[in-house]
Design a protein around this ligand. Structure first.
Ligand code: TTP
Length: 404
């Protein structure tokens, strides 16, 4: 089925990681987030892909080109983020008007068997079961078990199934995309869904596994999910005096030196170097050309391309942007003394990450001086610096709207 993937988001909640790349291009294990969406769609039965791009569109275009997994890929530009219905409208000219179509959010991970069930049939909406659905769009069903609508942030939720941003629309819906602006000033795809529910039987397909990747800790979760699916292999150069346990992938062109201990699942990408005498554990990605040096411990973290943690440092539960450089002895805190979930600033508010262990989120090119210490939940802006011996207790990213 022809498939539209929405990837025009700015990803403001992912700041500072999205300062220089769109959220769908953030790395999840060995490929960008949106490539996982696209590949799941292809496995589930997509016959063509139209990616709706906007912010930093060229990044997405150059990654995908014109074909993926035997399926043609096209791009549609949404100049301004005016809402999800507007995004699909931008893609309409590349759709066959006589055929139904699938729409997927390009910043979510979907399990393939559930997505296949979504593709195998008529109009449908994907959903996911959560304990407390009150802050989401919640699915309502009629007496025949079909979806009758989605209610946004209800005080008394009609079900525990939330809208997972995955839809099969009938061909007719291509002409229903000119919806009115919602209260929050956007053109919403859920309004198109509402009309589809009025005129068609809409299946609710509950996904076994699904993850919306909107906030930095969800990028960690996304990497945890996909690292868990890796099969171990060593194509790179690993010293016989290194110890690899659990699932470990060392890509061709990567080096693991003497005295290193790696407890998987861990991915060491091409061009990366680890050791000597380093300890990597938990769900960790050492990105392309990244370096983890002597006496460094890295736990449950993502080191993006070219990040360097040279010596005597600790990195836990953290996201390090491209070309971050740690001075010797830089330490990351990832736990509160009171054991409560670590909080992080997000669009000007302090919010709970829900994680007891959560470290730092560092923009591309951050540099720390020797013996810097970074407090749990702190974000540092792209290109930011930390003085030798400095203790960074509070967030330093500007979340003002004009920082866009
Ligand atoms: P959101 O996660 O709501 O928006 P975002 O990705 O810009 O993130 P943030 O709120 O942090 O700034 O978007 C959901 C999906 O829809 C996501 O895949 C991006 C996509 N989208 C568009 O393509 N165009 C749009 O106009 C909007 C609102 C979203």
């Amino acid at each position: 089925m022809q498939t539209v993937i929405l990837a025009a988001g700015r990803g403001t909640r992912m700041r500072p990681l999205t300062d220089r790349r769109p959220k769908p291009m953030l790395p999840v294990v060995d490929k960008p987030l949106v490539a996982h969406t696209a590949d799941a769609a292809i496995d589930a039965g997509a016959s063509s892909l139209t990616l709706v791009v906007g912010y930093e569109a060229d990044d997405v275009r150059s990654y995908f080109g014109t074909e993926r997994g035997g399926v043609p890929v096209e791009f549609a530009v949404q100049e301004k983020q005016r809402g999800t219905a507007d995004a699909v409208r931008a893609a309409a000219s590349s759709l066959d008007p006589e055929e139904p179509f699938v729409v997927l959010n390009g910043d979510a991970l979907y399990d393939v068997p559930s997505l296949t069930t979504l593709y195998d049939g008529g109009a449908a909406v994907g959903s996911y079961r959560v304990d407390d659905p009150r802050s989401y769009g919640v699915l309502e069903t009629d007496s025949d078990g079909f979806v009758s609508g989605v209610i946004e942030k209800p005080e008394n939720p009609p079900s525990d199934l939330i809208n997972a941003g995955a839809y099969v629309f009938p061909a007719e819906a291509q002409t229903w995309l000119n919806v009115a602006e919602s209260d929050r000033g956007e053109l919403e795809l859920t309004d198109v869904l509402a009309r589809t529910c009025d005129e068609f039987d809409v299946r609710g397909v509950a996904f076994d596994r699904w993850l919306d990747v909107g906030r930095p800790w969800e990028l960690l979760e996304a990497n945890e999910w996909k690292l868990g699916e890796l099969e171990g292999r060593v194509d790179g150069d690993v010293s016989e005096r290194a110890e690899l346990d659990g699932t470990v992938v060392v890509e061709e062109g990567a080096t693991v030196r003497s005295g290193v201990v790696i407890d998987g699942p861990v991915l060491v990408r091409r061009g990366a170097s680890v050791g000597p005498n380093a300890y990597i554990r938990g769900h960790t990605v050492v990105g392309e050309d990244a370096k983890v040096g002597h006496a460094v411990e890295v736990k449950n973290s993502v080191l993006m391309e070219g990040a360097t943690v040279g010596h005597l440092s600790y990195v836990g539960d953290s996201l390090l942007g491209r070309d971050v450089n740690f001075g010797a002895g830089t330490k990351v805190a990832n736990l509160r003394h009171d054991g409560e979930p670590v909080r992080q600033m997000l669009k000007g508010e302090l919010v709970s990450s829900g994680r007891r262990k959560y470290g730092v989120i560092l923009g591309d090119g951050v540099k720390t001086g020797i013996n810097a210490s970074l407090n749990a939940g702190v974000r540092l802006p792209t290109g930011g610096t930390v003085k030798p011996g400095e203790s960074v207790l509070y967030d330093r990213v500007d979340d003002a709207p004009d920082a866009d």
